[in-house]
Design a binder for this molecule. Structure first.
Ligand SMILES: N[C@@H](CCC(=O)N[C@@H](CS)C(=O)NCC(=O)O)C(=O)O
Length: 213
């Protein structure tokens, strides 16, 4: 495939997962950073991605909209790499579970908190939803906290895209006061290790100024 991958992104949104993976893998790419939410603030984007979400990823005739799936695609197309845990590895089921867990289970309650604590106009904010889903997030974070007991990374004793995908959720929590206060000790130490990675720093530098929360 000859085309450079192209990633549509909003600063610090879930598209940070594939942007960070691109940086970790050293893949030359084109980055388009949009204002958040692009559905309202960049109407033409709907002609490119009708659901209006980021990430939106294009590579030749490949089009993808799921942040964790794009990370998986990148390691599979640009590997072999230690960031992957390939089929046949004993840790593969746990690895896949973290990839799916990252968005469907961990980030889902975070989006409710973000939306009803700060994105909606003041008269549409829902403190009860914020409190309930912050608690829900904390319950789900317990799985991460336990997995990191005595370990630096989630699976296979090394940094993988599972850490990018789940680690993004921990990073996002640190940006939201209602969730930051619920971050537990192992998760906080994990976040420090993640933020120290040059590829994470490069991704955040390239994306420009965040305009949310
Ligand atoms: N499950 C998708 C969710 C994508 C998604 O909802 N992205 C958010 C950004 S964090 C978005 O674009 N929201 C703006 C909107 O829905 O208008 C993924 O993991 O990438």
């Amino acid at each position: 495939m000859s085309d450079r991958p192209k990633l549509y992104h909003c600063a610090d949104a879930r598209s940070l997962r594939p942007l960070w993976a691109l940086e970790e893998l050293g893949i030359a790419h084109d980055l388009v950073t949009l204002p958040f939410p692009p559905r309202f603030r960049e109407r033409e984007f709907l002609e490119i991605n009708p659901i209006g979400t980021v990430p939106y990823f294009v590579h030749g005739n490949v089009e993808m909209t799921e942040s964790s799936a794009i990370c998986q695609y990148l390691v599979e197309t640009h590997g072999p790499t230690p960031l992957d845990v390939p089929p046949g590895s004993p840790e593969r089921p746990a690895f896949l579970n973290w990839l799916y867990f990252s968005d469907a289970t961990l980030t889902f309650p975070q989006t409710i908190v973000l939306r009803y604590a700060s994105l909606e106009p003041r008269d549409r904010r829902l403190p009860q939803a914020v409190e309930d889903y912050a608690k829900w997030f904390a319950g789900r974070l317990r799985k991460v906290e336990t997995a990191l007991e005595g370990r630096d990374w989630l699976v296979a004793d090394r940094f993988t895209i599972a850490d990018i995908c789940v680690g993004y959720g921990v990073f996002l929590a640190s940006l939201l006061p209602e969730l930051c206060e619920r971050l537990t000790p192992n998760a906080r130490a994990y976040l420090k290790r993640l933020e120290a990675r040059p590829a994470f720093q490069a991704a955040r530098e390239k994306q420009g100024e965040p305009d949310f929360p």
